[in-house]
Design a binder for this molecule. Structure first.
Ligand code: PLP
Length: 359
């Protein structure tokens, strides 16, 4: 009995996950996220079959919950009392929530001043201990890896270097295939620490191995131009981008991401911050989907490759929108039109709108 009225992600895909009979079936309602056909957005970009996987609809607003539920459940099973992660924001929000649910101490190490406001508040609201360090994500990850290896205070690492995280994240690939009744032609995804692209590829292969799908998609990964180590072929010392969730200079899952790219016949390319923000606006205005800037890297890449004639207009394309737009209100506010001011009367509102009174 999992205390939930509906099936949970661990129930649905348990046979594909590293669970034992003793693993607690935790759930905050993760997974089961919508896959929507973006007709207007697709038409604007000359794509007839563009689909959006809305991972912002997960309980803490990003796909991180899929892996976190498995990592925390296995940590609880192993008797852990404390978990730790480095984060560009969403991993900490997710660890804080699942850790709170399971009654664990949660420590999160974040690059000072580089975390979107909503994500930081989520970790704080859930009672996590937040350590802000001078240094980027890569430095924070080095610290927590060593912290998890010391013995004075046992603590379980829940970054995506924890294999249970990647295993849980494969479930998004299963859902895409179950919803479409097949694998897409192209799956486009932002790449930061590169765990998610690795997880999707593992998921598609597992599903084909189980006979659930006949074909595999090409995986198209997109990094931000100022944080594109895989594209450049070397680590980036000072990664910079408006898309803070992918502001990573030395991805932990670099090798598996390159394998996913090559085995799928796909690509990993860079998109500029301007391209990311243009796609971010279009997603909100033409598809009604408010995602976070990093998520829009997948859209920006698809748009650019379609415009360059490198993508068939009828291809079945799924863009993974990894996180919710409300997490980063500052970026959104920077692009928002100001409110039109008026008094609370019909003539004043009509005048403010420039509507003429009919005589
Ligand atoms: C974590 C995250 C990413 C990057 O995923 P990786 O597995 O690190 O490549 C992209 N977008 C959002 C919103 C994220 O939270």
């Amino acid at each position: 009995m999992n205390g939930q009225a509906r099936p949970t992600l661990l129930d649905r895909y348990g046979s594909f996950l590293p669970l034992t009979g003793a693993t607690p079936r935790l759930s905050l309602g993760e997974g089961f996220t919508p896959l929507v056909h973006a007709e207007r957005l697709g038409a604007a970009w000359s794509l007839s079959n563009l689909w959006l996987k809305l991972e912002g609809c997960n309980p803490t607003g990003s796909f991180k919950d899929r892996g976190m539920v498995v990592a925390v459940a296995r940590a609880v099973e192993a008797g852990a009392r404390s978990i730790v992660c480095a984060s560009t924001g969403n991993t900490s929000a997710s660890a804080a929530a699942y850790g709170a649910m399971a009654g664990l101490e949660v420590l999160v190490v974040l690059p000072r001043g580089k975390i979107a406001a909503g994500k930081l508040l989520q970790a704080q609201a859930a009672g996590a201990t937040v350590l802000a360090v001078d240094g980027n994500f890569d430095a924070a990850l080095r610290v927590v890896r060593e912290l998890a290896a010391q013995e004075a205070h046992p603590v379980t690492l829940v970054n995506s270097v924890n294999p249970h995280r990647i295993a849980g994240q494969t479930t998004a690939a299963f859902e895409v295939c179950d919803d479409l009744g097949r694998a897409p032609d192209v799956l486009a995804i932002p790449v930061g620490n590169a765990g998610n692209i690795s997880a999707y590829w593992a998921g598609f292969r597992a599903y084909r191995g189980a006979g659930r799908i006949d074909s595999l998609p090409r995986l198209w990964g997109f990094q931000a131009q100022g944080a594109a180590p895989i594209v450049l072929g070397h680590p980036v010392e000072q990664p910079e981008t408006v898309a803070t969730a992918i502001r990573i200079g030395n991805p932990a899952s670099w090798a598996t991401a390159v394998a996913a790219r090559d085995e799928s016949g796909g690509l990993i390319e860079a998109v500029s911050d301007e391209q990311i923000l243009a796609a971010y606006r279009d997603a909100a205005r033409l598809a009604g989907v408010f995602c976070e800037p990093a998520s829009a890297a997948s859209l920006a890449g698809v748009r650019a490759l379609r415009a360059a004639g490198r993508l068939d207009p009828d291809a079945l394309v799924v863009c993974v929108l990894t996180g919710h737009g409300l997490k980063d209100p500052d970026t959104a506010a920077g692009l928002a039109a100001p409110a039109v001011e008026a008094e609370a009367t019909v003539p004043s509102v009509m005048a403010a709108l420039g509507w003429q009174e009919r005589r």
